[in-house]
Structure formats: C-alpha cells, structure tokens
Design a protein around this ligand. Structure first.
Ligand code: GLN
Length: 252
C-alpha cells in the first residue's frame, strides 16, 4: 500500500514519519502523474494560499479533483482541510483555488493569527471506538481553520470550544455567517464524508498515531470495496472457456 503525501510545502515530512511509525510507506507527491499509482493521499497543513499557488504551478488541480471524484481516500489536515472544502471564507483578496469535494464551509483562520495558536484536549469517541484507547486526543491548532457549516452527508467527529477572546471572524460579504458564528460556543474541527477526512488540527505533530491508523482503515475499506466490485463484474471462468477463442494471426 502506498499513501501519497502532497509535498509542495508544510508538514509533509511529519506525516511521512507518522506513517512510518505505523509501518506504512508515505510517498512525496509533487506531480499529477504521481497520483496515478496511489491508494490514498494526505494533504498536510501549511499555508493554503501558497499551497494553492504551487499546486496551480504544477498543474495539479485537475488530477487532485479527479482523485477525490474517483472515491480515493483523501485526508486534509489544517491547510489541507481548507483545500478539500467546497467553500472557504476569510481568504486573501482574490480568493484561492480549492480542490473541493468536502461539503463544508471552512473559515481559513477561524481561531485568529499565528499568536492565537493553542493546544487542547479533544473528545473524539469515534477514534476510541475504532482505534482503542481513550476518547481524548491532543489537538494542536496552528493558525487553524474552523468548520462553520457541514452538509447532511458529513459526519462530525469532533468539535472544540470557541476561545472566549475570539471576537468572531470577519467575513467580507458574509455578515449572516458572522452573526451565526458569534453566538456559537463550539466549532466543528474534525469531519468525515465517505472517502474524505478533514481535521483542523495537526495529529502528525503528536505521538498519537491513531488518526493515521483511522485513515488507514478508511483506505483498506475502500480497497476492499474496489476488489469486490472487480470480482463481481468479472466473467466467471466457465463462460470464459465456453467462448470460442479468437482467431489470432500467426506470424512465422
Ligand atoms: N490557516 C492556514 C491557511 O490558511 C492553515 C494553517 C495550518 O495549516 N497550520 O492556510
């Protein structure tokens, strides 16, 4: 199994190291053709505007969108989550290109600037159910995004209290959203929608590898489904033998 890690910038090395700790090879991905032989992809944290510019420069967007559309598992952490969202707000002027697929509205810097970065214990019952251990995991939030809205097919895995000094994000042209957020005391920070996983924080910066194992299970589930699909659509061997062989030309 090969898990790709988008290696344009950001914490791709840390993801590869976390994968190594659970015995899986992570491969650095920088070109569209490298996506073809992957089982799954991780998009790391970093700076989503810069990442988007680099992805555009390397002509990666069509291949990334096709990867998501084909149902291959993709996990976006922090900037990677922003990249996967159908809609992002709080972007730099001119906006930025997104891969999309994850039916969420994400605020790029929900928790404020780099100085407002923090760590907190998150309760994630699904992580404990699937991977064992306690349902508490350490959330490292670095200039982190928050998920403002999640569609009906999106499973919320974790939310987090909004810090009391968070005056509410400024969303140009999105005053209705701003009002809604202002009265929210918790914000969604981890979601799953089918083949897509998104976390606003950085599990790759902690020693808890359960998020990586969780993603690996998603990959295995998808691979099993693909195998089942192939085997049920295959012609049974008996029919194969009944069929008259083609008359192939013989060259001497
Ligand atoms: N808020 C950052 C962005 O816009 C993401 C920060 C991170 O990935 N740690 O890209």
């Amino acid at each position: 199994m090969v898990i790709g890690v988008l290696a344009l910038q950001g914490s791709f090395n840390e993801h590869i190291a976390a994968l190594r700790r659970i015995g899986v090879k992570g491969s650095e991905i920088r070109k569209p053709e490298q996506l073809e032989c992957l089982n799954a992809l991780i998009i790391p944290g970093g700076e989503s505007t810069t990442m988007a510019k680099l992805a555009e420069y390397h002509n990666l967007f069509p291949a990334l969108r096709e990867f998501v559309r084909a149902g291959k598992p993709v996990w976006g952490t922090c900037a990677g989550l922003i990249f996967l969202a159908n809609k992002a707000v709080g972007q730099k002027s001119g906006g930025q290109e997104l891969i999309g697929g994850l039916d969420c509205v994400v605020h790029r810097n929900f928790f404020g600037s780099q100085l407002q970065s923090f760590e907190i214990e998150l309760s994630v019952p699904k992580l404990a159910d699937n991977e064992g251990g306690t349902d508490i995991c350490r959330g490292v939030f670095i200039r982190a995004p928050g998920i403002l809205e999640a569609g009906p097919d999106v499973e919320v895995l974790a939310d987090c209290p909004v810090p009391s000094d968070n005056a509410g994000p400024v969303i140009p042209g999105g005053e209705d959203l701003e009002d809604k957020i202002l009265f929210q005391d918790r914000v969604i920070v981890a979601v799953r929608q089918g083949n897509l996983l998104g976390t606003a924080f950085h599990p790759e910066l902690t020693s808890d590898t359960r998020w990586h194992s969780f993603f690996l299970k998603m990959v295995k589930e998808t691979d099993e489904k693909t195998l089942q699909c192939i085997s049920t659509s295959e012609r049974p061997m008996e029919n194969f033998h009944e069929k008259k062989p083609y008359d192939l030309p013989i060259f001497e």
